[in-house]
Ligand binder design. Structure first.
Ligand SMILES: *Cc1c(COP(=O)(O)O)cnc(C)c1O
Length: 409
């Protein structure tokens, strides 16, 4: 059955829903594995934590980039081993650390957290192998650092190493850096990897023992707009292999991790919403849809952002705002005659506008609109409680053609 037919069938049951295509997830994973060889991947659960989605990703051998204790628990529940769950988030509480110890590799995000992990490990009578998140003296664009709420400034971390080495219940075995998301320029990623290898060597030397892992974070983008071209992962993988060879004498035996959320799940998702009503007002045609801002918020943020700036290309604010053509909207109708319409939602606020004055085939109540790029930072970012409306369903289309509730274990 083709996807359109599947969508129409599900629309008999649901007025708005996400459809995640397992085959797309499988293809993206296969590509990363093929192109990056010995690099291991951690799935950034926050991109899409639907149980059926994470289950598919973890069963292919990916570890977890967990941004909260609940994400640690989710990965643990799907049998991801502790050394492949990296718990990296700012402002962890002592209670988060108490519970996560033994379930995950904790990445300390501040000097205070290093102390808290030492305290918690000491109370449990264990020695915890941990990583530290660094705020390096470089970015994707410069050879100097920037202030950040994430991690520990590189220089500060180096100056604290001797102090940390005296802590008897922790052993620092890895570093983590995540500098930027949604980058499509390979040369910037390549240069970032170069800087990361050099930093890893410096850190290992100061540490005085082997790093077990280096987590280089994310950055690998996906095409959102029609003009974007997909990133050349084969090229990036080759660069990674060349760097690993260059640094083999120092970093042999150190596991390199990359994290990704959107590369794996971003393109797998469609959002489908039904036309509920249609009205004319003072010369404008409004199409009223089920769950827009409260179903998939990001398309609605595009007119929102445009309202506050005259800049024709406002800078991204990931993961909320990527670019003005980030989502393609198509109507599932045989109608060929078009008209100019404004797409709005069913909320009691005038701001849930999806698109203004766009040309679409003439729609009638019951017709369906399909929005792309709804597999990551979609359902999770959306304020679904607003006005206590029914939330959209989240469905998964399995490789065998069956459709299931993606929220079931
Ligand atoms: C969110 C996040 C990611 C994932 O970013 P994507 O753009 O979805 O790949 C990776 N690492 C860290 C630390 C993150 O916070």
């Amino acid at each position: 059955m083709d996807t359109t037919q599947i969508i129409k069938e599900q629309a008999e049951k649901y007025d708005s829903f996400y459809l995640y295509d397992e085959q797309v997830i499988a293809d993206q994973i296969a590509r990363l594995k093929r192109d990056f060889g010995p690099v291991e991947f951690l799935y950034s659960v926050k991109a899409n934590p639907a149980p059926q989605v994470v289950k598919r990703i973890f069963s292919s051998g990916f570890g977890a980039d967990a941004a909260s204790l609940n994400e640690v628990k989710l990965a643990h529940r799907f049998n991801v081993p502790a050394e492949k769950i990296q718990y990296s988030a700012p402002a962890k509480r002592k209670s988060d650390i108490d519970t996560a110890l033994g379930m995950a590799t904790i990445i300390a995000d501040s000097p205070k957290e290093v102390e808290l992990i030492q305290q918690a490990a000491s109370e449990q009578g264990i020695v915890a192998e941990i990583g530290v998140r660094l705020n390096p003296n470089f970015t994707f664009f410069s050879e100097t650092g920037v202030p950040s709420k994430f991690g520990i400034d590189e220089e500060l971390a180096f100056s604290l190493l001797d102090h940390w080495k005296q802590f008897s219940n922790i052993r620092i075995v890895g570093i983590h850096v995540h500098s930027r998301s949604q980058e499509l320029r390979e040369e910037l990623l390549e240069h970032y990897y170069e800087n990361m290898f050099a930093l890893s060597c410096r850190f290992q030397e100061a540490l005085g023992h082997k790093l077990t892992f280096v987590n280089m974070g994310s950055g690998i983008g996906i095409p959102y707009g029609m003009e974007d071209s997909p990133i050349d992962t084969a090229r990036l993988g080759k660069k990674m292999a060349a760097l690993a060879a260059d640094f083999a004498d120092k970093l042999s035996g150190t596991q390199i991790y990359l994290e990704t959320g959107r590369f794996v799940s971003g393109k797998c998702g469609l959002y489908i919403t039904k036309v509920i009503d249609k009205k004319e007002s003072m010369g404008k045609t409004f199409i009223l849809l089920q769950n827009t801002l409260n179903g998939f918020v990001r398309p609605s943020l595009i007119p929102f952002v445009a309202h506050y700036t005259t800049d024709s290309n406002p800078s991204p604010c990931e993961p909320f705002y990527t670019q003005k053509d980030a989502f393609q909207i198509t109507a599932l109708t045989a109608e060929t005659e078009t008209e100019s319409v404004t797409l709005v939602g069913n909320l009691c606020t005038a701001m849930d506008v999806v698109a203004e004055d766009i040309l679409l085939p003439k729609l009638v109540p019951g017709d369906l609109l399909v929005i792309t790029n709804a597999g990551s930072y979609a359902a999770v970012l959306t304020p679904m409680q607003f006005a206590s409306q029914d939330a959209p369903a989240q469905l998964i289309l399995h490789c065998d053609g069956t459709v299931a509730d993606a929220m079931n274990d």
